[in-house]
Design a protein around this ligand. Structure first.
Ligand code: GDP
Ligand code: MG
Length: 179
């Protein structure tokens, strides 16, 4: 059967969250399958594209990943990136309670721009440190998830390469056309 239809869909995904929670590392792990210990602050906003093929063999999705900088001096730029995004991936560091408490601020920014017309995903990164340094529990994020109506939450480690592929797979599966 050769009447295969190829469909290309493009989606914009914005990564939000405090500085140093691992936004750039998540994108880098997904794009290049590497991890870098050294910290290089993202300046302003960057984007990268990744093409994924869905299991139906007919649909190609192009994810445009927008990496943002958490520093205050770039905060004013962020609303314009949120405005036309399909998905907001809001990240915290499971070893940093403050980064979790600040999620309210990021969620507010997203809701201000998009109301409920956006997919919100909550990502708790650095799960490799969960044994001795964990400050945020799964119950904490479960509760937040229920109160804000996010699509799903997940814990990841870009260092140990844990759940990063799954995160992007779940994002792809929650995109409007594929539910
Ligand atoms: P961003 O500011 O949110 O983009 O954060 P980065 O991706 O630049 O990461 C900040 C720091 O955390 C860097 O030193 C990374 O190497 C480190 N890091 C990122 N992800 C992980 C992780 O899953 N586990 C551990 N242990 N460190 C991580
Ligand atoms: Mg960064």
């Amino acid at each position: 059967n050769n009447d295969k239809i190829n469909i290309l869909r493009k989606y914009k995904i914005v990564f939000l969250g405090d500085q140093s929670v691992g936004k750039t590392s998540l994108i880098t792990r997904f794009m290049y399958d590497t991890f870098d210990e050294t910290y290089a602050a993202t300046i302003g906003i960057d984007f990268l594209s990744k093409t994924m093929y869905l299991d139906d063999n007919k649909t190609t999705i192009r994810l445009q990943l927008w990496d943002t900088a958490g520093q205050e001096r770039f905060r004013s730029l962020i609303p314009s990136y949120i405005r036309d995004s399909h998905v907001a991936v809001i990240c915290y560091d499971i070893t940093n309670k403050k980064s979790f408490n600040n999620l309210d601020k990021w969620i507010k920014d997203v809701k201000l721009e998009r109301g409920d017309d956006v997919i919100i995903v909550l990502v708790g990164n650095k799960s490799d440190l969960s044994n001795d340094k964990r400050q945020v529990t799964i119950e904490d994020v479960e509760k937040l998830h229920r109160s804000i109506g996010s699509k799903f939450y997940i814990e990841t480690s870009t260092k140990a390469n844990h759940n990063v592929k799954l995160l992007f797979k779940k994002i792809a599966q929650s995109l409007p056309e594929f539910e």
